[in-house]
Design a protein around this ligand. Structure first.
Ligand code: UDP
Length: 186
């Protein structure tokens, strides 16, 4: 997949969602939604995260920039759609772990997904409000269960920091989802 590099931020120029999903599974990376605001970020932690992971365009500004650099076929991929697309394509052959939002929201998200995607293998989930002890327990659970895909919906930069910490103990596909569980459960 082609990409551009702006101030150390690698932004991929996908022609399809499948391309992004395939790359994520192949490389076991964190998928980061990039919009105009993120393109302008100079924070070192963020740039370091971006240098070794997959930034995909989820805003008009990011797509416009890719087009300006010659990638006329680059498409916009809204994060929440990428989330459901990954599940739709892989609920029969991959395992999933969900982290984030309030207790009732994560419970409702999991039961909604089980209803919508028959046979989905959700190996674990928890709300996004954690003390140090909870993070330790979460890390152990992830090490034991080894999920293929981990969705984290806790807002930025909280979710990026957690994904980085988890990635160092268990390589998987990671997708940060902001407030998507709240949106999904209405
Ligand atoms: N959230 C969470 N843990 C936290 C704070 C927020 O899981 O410590 C969840 C919150 O319940 C919501 C999502 O993160 O589902 C996005 O929250 P918010 O819009 O407040 O985040 P922001 O993007 O503004 O940081």
């Amino acid at each position: 997949m082609d990409f551009i590099n702006i101030n150390g931020l690698r932004l991929f120029a996908p022609r399809s969602r499948e391309e992004v999903i395939q790359q994520a599974f192949e490389k076991k990376k964190i998928l980061v939604a990039v919009n105009a605001e993120k393109i302008l970020m100079t924070d070192n932690d963020f740039l370091q995260l971006m240098s070794s992971n997959i930034g995909y365009p989820d805003g008009f500004g990011a797509v416009a920039l890719l087009k300006k650099y010659g990638f006329a076929q680059a498409i916009k991929i809204p994060g929440v759609e990428l989330w459901l697309d990954i599940i739709k394509r892989h609920h029969k052959d991959k395992s999933f772990y969900l982290i984030g939002a309030k207790e009732e929201v994560i419970n409702k998200t999991v039961s909604g997904l089980k209803k919508e995607f028959n046979g989905i293998n959700i190996v674990g989930y928890r709300n996004g409000y954690m003390q140090a002890d909870d993070v330790r327990a979460l890390k152990n659970d992830i090490k034991n269960k080894k999920p293929d895909v981990i969705f984290v919906a806790m807002g930025s930069p909280r979710q990026e920091n957690l994904m980085k910490a988890l990635q160092s103990i268990h390589p998987a596909v990671y997708l940060g989802l902001g407030g998507s569980f709240d949106v999904y459960t209405g």
